[in-house]
Every structure is written in structure tokens, then in C-alpha cells.
Design a protein around this ligand. Structure first.
Ligand SMILES: Cc1cc2nc3c(=O)[nH]c(=O)nc-3n(C[C@H](O)[C@H](O)[C@H](O)COP(=O)(O)OP(=O)(O)OC[C@H]3O[C@@H](n4cnc5c(N)ncnc54)[C@H](O)[C@@H]3O)c2cc1C
Length: 476
């Protein structure tokens, strides 16, 4: 069992900044992440030797390098990479985390148990995919998957790609792919840019974001790639060998229903389609942290002003970054700083006055970033109209190959009333991903309430492991 004064899970912007702020206040910190290198989703990168490519694939990699190096060189921070927390329990005295991780670099993964009185959860988010006919064809992926391949391994997902969905994230993905020689044959944003009009003041008070947008637009323009607004990929087509050959795009209304007759087929060998992000609350759910449904319909960890999700006189669990609501890397950085300092306060390493003095500016900056995040959720909302892109044979759960028709039958013929009933009757969400991908869509398809969404997001096993790995657990 490895004990640490403070444990941070997740080494993205939120987790790294939380670790740094807690360590700068004299806390001993263990930073655990399942990736090979620090950075999380946004700052995913390749080894130092490939830094010239790292810099060209990120808009602000210098910022990432500064934070990464400060964390790696801090004598109060121990970093444990490639460690996947798969189970966790909390009681009145602290938290126990079970991980599958190599003991030393180069070792095979083995079971390691960690214990702490003060946990900071910064497990981030993952891409949201919506079902449509053919979304299970090899070659159809999320923009995050395409970007992870590129940023993490220097590999392009295809030669001729369509990028579609909604949200500003489509821009960096398309830009980095064209820069690496991919022919982007279509870039489709589902919403109209006019949705920004009523938020112009917020946009103008975030000039940095605006410039970042111009930066991507300039790259795309250089490669003659134009974004088309009000379109979505509504079907994917495969060859006889089952490989992606084309997608159908259609004009959609603001409620995401299809304008019949507007469909157009585009040939491609890969398609990256994403609908924003879903916070990764797997670990939070296992620990029984309070959760709520955010304005974008995502289940998130509920925290107070100081990022505290759970605390008593002996222990605390903080949550920071996108696990508390999708809002971008800048908001994640601020929340991480607040969580780290709050932990230090609870450990008695800083006084209340020191906490207040050092967080004054951070609170103001967090508020500013939160406003921008709220606008993004409004501009790039995902209405339920996607439900009429699917047909009875469209798979809604790819792992267990459950179709929308089978879900309909569970409701109409077997009387299922919520996600749990549908799961029991159809095996939806019972596969490898345990509902991480399909759970939100099932709730959306059924139109269930917040309580159902929260219950559906809870799962006792945080990540899939084999029985052999389970048998190595020292506490079993
Ligand atoms: C695939 C992807 C690509 C993105 N690319 C961009 C981009 O280019 N530009 C942009 O502005 N925004 C991007 N985003 C949005 C971006 O994720 C956030 O703005 C920012 O990274 C959130 O920071 P975070 O610290 O909250 O979480 P993250 O950066 O998501 O970090 C969370 C970390 O926790 C780890 N983790 C989670 N659960 C466990 C566990 N059980 N055990 C161990 N480790 C765990 C994750 O693997 C990850 O490394 C991307 C998001 C995704 C999902």
C-alpha cells in the first residue's frame, strides 16, 4: 500500500495545476495518470525528441511545457504515469484507490493500492459520439480519437477525411490534420455562427479565444478548407470488406432534424465526428461523490466554491476540471489551482487568510472562464433531433451490438421505463465501455429525467480489467 498526503488523479491541466499548487504549499503530492506522459487530453504529446512536432500540433504548447516541467521537477511531487485506477472506495477516514500500474518504468503492470486522506479528482472528459446509421464502421471515429492518434503517436487517421459535429474543437482537429497532409474533404459544423450574435460581449471579452479561432481559420484557409455550417453526417457507408468508403451529409435544422432532400454523399476513408464532451465521472461515481446534471445534459461532479465534493474533519475529496463540467483548459487550470490550495488549507499548510489572498485573482479568472464555458454550451447545444437520424437497425450500443429497434422493443413490449430497465432487458451498456459511450445517448433516446441519468452514469468498476489482473490485488 502506498500512502500519500495528497493524491491527484488525472494529469491534465486541472490535475497538474492542482498538484503544483498543493506542493508549492508544502503538501506531499502523488500525481497519478493512466497516460504515458503528463498533459491529459488537451496537452497529449510525444516524447521530447519529437518536440518540434509537439509544438506544431498545439496552439500553446509552451504553456504546457512550463507546467509539465514545474510538476516533474518539484521535489514534493511524485508522478505515477501509466497507472489506471480501476476501483476506489471512500470512508470517514480517507480514500483507497486500486490501480493497475508498472511498479518501475519498464515493468509489467501489476496491482498497486494507494491510500490518502486528501484526494483531488481531475479525471477530465472524453468525446461524445451520437449514433447514426453506420457509426460503427471502422474508419468512423471521434475528432478526439483522430487527434489523440496524431498528438500521441504522430499518426494520421486517414488520407481523405470528413470532420463534422459541433463545437470549437473541430477547428484544431481539422487544422492539425491538414497541416500533416490529410485532405480534409469536408468540415461541417451543425450550428450556425449566428448563434454567437447574442453573446458578442462575452466573445469580445475573450480575445485570446477569438485569436485562437482566427489562428485555426488561417491554417484552414491556407489549405482551402472551408467550414460549412448547418450540416451533419447522418449516415456512413462501407465497402464489401466493411471499410468506410463514404458518408452522407445533410442540412439540419436548429433542432437537428434533417431537411429531407438535402443529403449529399462524400467519399472519404476516415470520418471524425464529435458532439462535444462527456465528463469522466467513473471514479467519482465509485466513490459516491454528489453528482448533478449540467445545462448541457452531462452528468458532472457537484462541488462547492472551493472545489470540495466531500469532506469531514479527517478527509476530503476535491474535484476540478472537466469532471465538474466541460469548460476548456483555462477553466480547468483555475479549478485545479483552487483545489490544490483548498487541500493545503485543510492540511493546515496555509492559513485561511493566505488562502483568501492567494485565490482572490483565481476566483475572478474562474468566473470569467465560466461565463465563456456557459456560452459555449448554449451556442453548441445538442438538441434531441438526432433521434430521427437513427433507424430501427442502427446500433445504439456498439459493444453489445444493441439496436435502437431492440431498445424500442424493451420499452413498447417489455414495459421498460428507464435506462436501467432497458439495460436489463436488452444488454445495452453492458459491454466493454460499460455505458461510457452509449449511456448518455440511451437516456437521451428515452428522454429520461436527471435522476435516471445520474444513476445510469454510476458504475462500480472504473475501467475494464481481466480476472488475472483482479487476482493480483493485494487486498483480495
Ligand atoms: C480527446 C480529447 C482531445 C482534446 N483536445 C483539445 C484541444 O486540442 N484543444 C482544446 O482546447 N481542448 C481539447 N480538449 C478538451 C480538453 O480535454 C479540456 O479542455 C482539458 O484538457 C480538460 O482538462 P482536465 O484537466 O479537466 O482533464 P483532461 O485533460 O481530460 O485530463 C484528465 C486525465 O485523467 C486521466 N484519467 C481519467 N480517469 C483516470 C483513471 N481512472 N485512472 C488514471 N487516470 C485517469 C485521463 O486519462 C487524463 O489524462 C480535448 C478533449 C478530449 C477528450
Amino acid at each position: 500500500m502506498i500512502r500519500s498526503e495528497v493524491i491527484v488523479v488525472g494529469a491534465g491541466p486541472a490535475g497538474m495545476n492542482a498538484a503544483l499548487h498543493a506542493a508549492n504549499s508544502e503538501c506531499e503530492v502523488l500525481l497519478i495518470d493512466n497516460g504515458n506522459r503528463l498533459g491529459g487530453q488537451y496537452w497529449r504529446h510525444m516524447p521530447k525528441e519529437r518536440d518540434s512536432l509537439n509544438y506544431s500540433l498545439h496552439y500553446d504548447f509552451a504553456k504546457a511545457v512550463k507546467l509539465r516541467d514545474a510538476v516533474l521537477n518539484h521535489d514534493k511531487i511524485t508522478v505515477k504515469s501509466q497507472a489506471q485506477i480501476w476501483s476506489a472506495t471512500a470512508n470517514d477516514k480517507g480514500v483507497v484507490l486500486h490501480a493497475l500500474a508498472p511498479r518501475n518504468l519498464g515493468d509489467l503492470p501489476t496491482e498497486i493500492v494507494f491510500e490518502t486522506q486528501h484526494l483531488i479528482l481531475a479525471t477530465g472528459a472524453y468525446d461524445r459520439a451520437l449514433p447514426f446509421p453506420g457509426w460503427n464502421i471502422p474508419g468512423v471515429m471521434t475528432p478526439g480519437a483522430a487527434q489523440s492518434l496524431l498528438k500521441g503517436h504522430g499518426v494520421v487517421a486517414g488520407k481523405k477525411m470528413v470532420i463534422a459535429g459541433t463545437g470549437p474543437f473541430l477547428l484544431p482537429v481539422a487544422s492539425s490534420l491538414v497541416e500533416q497532409g490529410v485532405e480534409v474533404v469536408g468540415l461541417f459544423e451543425a450550428h450556425s455562427p449566428k448563434r454567437w450574435v447574442r453573446h458578442l460581449s462575452v466573445l469580445l471579452s475573450n480575445l485570446g479565444k477569438l485569436f485562437e479561432g482566427f489562428h485555426y481559420a488561417w491554417i484552414l484557409n491556407r489549405h482551402a478548407v472551408r467550414m460549412k455550417f448547418g450540416y451533419a453526417v447522418v449516415e456512413a457507408h462501407a465497402s464489401d470488406a466493411g471499410i468506410l468508403t463514404a458518408v452522407t451529409v445533410a442540412r439540419i435544422r436548429p433542432d437537428f432534424t434533417i431537411l429531407v432532400g438535402s443529403e449529399k454523399r462524400i467519399e472519404c476513408d476516415a470520418a471524425a465526428i464529435g458532439w462535444g464532451f462527456t465528463p469522466d465521472t467513473s471514479l467519482a461515481g465509485a466513490l459516491g461523490l454528489p453528482q448533478k446534471v449540467d445545462v448541457d445534459g452531462a452528468v458532472v461532479v457537484s462541488v462547492d466554491e472551493r472545489q470540495v465534493a466531500l469532506a469531514n474533519s479527517e478527509m476530503s475529496v476535491h474535484a476540478a476540471g472537466e469532471v465538474t463540467g466541460v469548460g476548456g483548459s483555462v477553466l480547468s487550470l483555475h479549478e485545479g489551482a483552487l483545489a490544490g490550495l483548498s487541500c493545503a488549507l485543510l492540511r493546515g499548510k496555509i492559513t485561511e487568510k493566505q488562502y483568501r489572498d492567494s485565490t482572490k485573482n483565481i476566483y475572478a479568472a474562474r468566473l470569467h472562464a465560466e461565463k465563456f464555458a456557459r456560452v459555449l454550451k448554449d451556442v453548441y447545444v445538442v438538441p434531441d433531433g438526432w433521434r430521427n437520424w437513427v433507424t430501427p437497425s442502427t446500433l445504439i450500443c456498439r459493444c453489445e451490438e444493441v439496436s435502437c429497434g431492440q431498445v424500442d422493443a424493451a420499452v413498447d413490449e417489455l414495459g421498460a421505463r428507464n435506462s436501467r430497465d432497458v439495460k436489463l432487458f436488452s444488454r445495452v451498456g453492458m459491454g466493454m465501455c460499460q455505458g461510457r459511450v452509449c449511456g448518455r445517448n440511451i437516456a437521451g433516446y428515452l428522454g429520461t429525467d436527471d435522476a435516471d441519468r445520474i444513476r445510469n452514469a454510476r458504475r462500480p468498476i472504473i475501467a475494464p480489467i481481466t480476472l488475472g489482473e483482479l487476482a493480483q490485488d493485494p487486498l483480495l
